[in-house]
Design a protein around this ligand. Structure first.
Ligand code: ATR
Length: 280
């Protein structure tokens, strides 16, 4: 008789288009670990109660996505060093005596995608980070750890950009630019879109001049949400244009490793999802 499968879930709102269940099931098959992974729609008001109920019903490790990553951080009895720096949590590890240890695997996932899948060396790059919300917070520290020479944060709401720069606390390497001043701010060879504009079906309103000739442009989202920024990047002449599907698969692999002690190979899951997205 085999033990009942380990129960996992991703909490978010909305959640119906999440690819996380498919990715984790694929990892489970690949590693021979029997698991169940559900997508749970959880508005912020009821997230805490839903998370408690999930645990009571035998739930184990969980992922958390928009708009719950800051709330998840606040629910944790312990957090990893990286999550403590970011203030946002996307992976919950059940503690043996109850309660959760929070992790943020988005930053490491982005670095793994850039370095291993796309062969990018981040050292000595000057990076422009668009956005200063939870997504930007989750990756900014990992980009600095990976050795970028400078990180410039631009956000429509300048106070949020200042708050993120203050949180990072590296004034020598981290700068803030007003969104409306980007027109006269020079160009960058590495631009990451961490705004939620595409998710909301909006385009980012930016001048082509910020994109340097050999630039790499990366959108943290994927599928339809990334289309507008990636089209804008190509039109501006970027040499390399990537969406965040690879980051999604890599952050899932990091979470899987935290829960199961083994990091699955990510290429097969990535290639399958890419084929599905391209065919959609
Ligand atoms: P997330 O967790 O996805 O980062 P968030 O914390 O709500 O979500 O942050 C959304 C980010 O996208 C913010 O940086 C927001 O800019 P403001 O702080 O100025 O609102 C940015 N954003 C959303 N829509 C945008 C748009 N149309 N143009 C530019 N930035 C946008």
């Amino acid at each position: 008789m085999s033990a009942s499968p380990q129960r996992h879930a991703v909490f978010g709102h909305p959640i119906n288009h999440s690819l996380s269940p498919a990715i984790h099931r694929r990892f489970g098959q690949q590693t021979g670990i029997e698991l169940r992974y559900d997508a749970i729609d959880a508005p912020p008001e009821t997230f805490a109660a839903q998370l408690d109920a999930f645990r009571r019903d035998g739930g184990g490790g969980a992922n958390v996505t928009l708009p719950l990553k800051t709330l998840a951080f606040e629910r944790c009895a312990q957090v990893s060093d990286y999550a403590a720096r970011t203030g946002v949590v996307n992976t919950l590890e059940p503690l043996p005596g109850g309660g959760w240890r929070g992790h943020n695997t988005d930053g490491p996932g982005l670095i793994a995608d850039l370095a291993e899948r796309h062969g990018q060396d981040l050292r000595e790059r000057d990076l422009l980070l668009l956005g200063a919300g939870g997504a930007a917070q989750g990756v900014a520290f990992a980009l600095l750890d990976a050795g970028v020479r400078s990180l410039t944060i631009a956000n429509r709401n300048a106070e949020r950009a200042d708050a993120l720069a203050d949180r990072i606390g590296e004034p020598g390497r981290v700068h803030v630019r007003y969104w409306n001043d980007l027109r006269n701010a020079g160009s960058w060879d590495f631009i990451i879109n961490a705004t939620s504009a595409g998710v909301q079906g909006e385009a980012v309103d930016l001048p082509f001049a910020i994109v340097a000739t050999r630039a790499l442009c990366y959108d943290l989202s994927y599928g339809r949400a990334a289309t507008a920024f990636l089209a804008w990047s190509r039109a501006a002449g970027a040499a390399h244009v990537f969406d965040g599907l690879g980051m999604l698969v890599e952050q899932a692999a990091e979470a899987f490793a935290i829960w199961h002690g083994r990091r699955p190979d990510t290429d097969a899951a990535h290639d399958e999802l890419r084929a599905k997205l391209d065919g959609a």
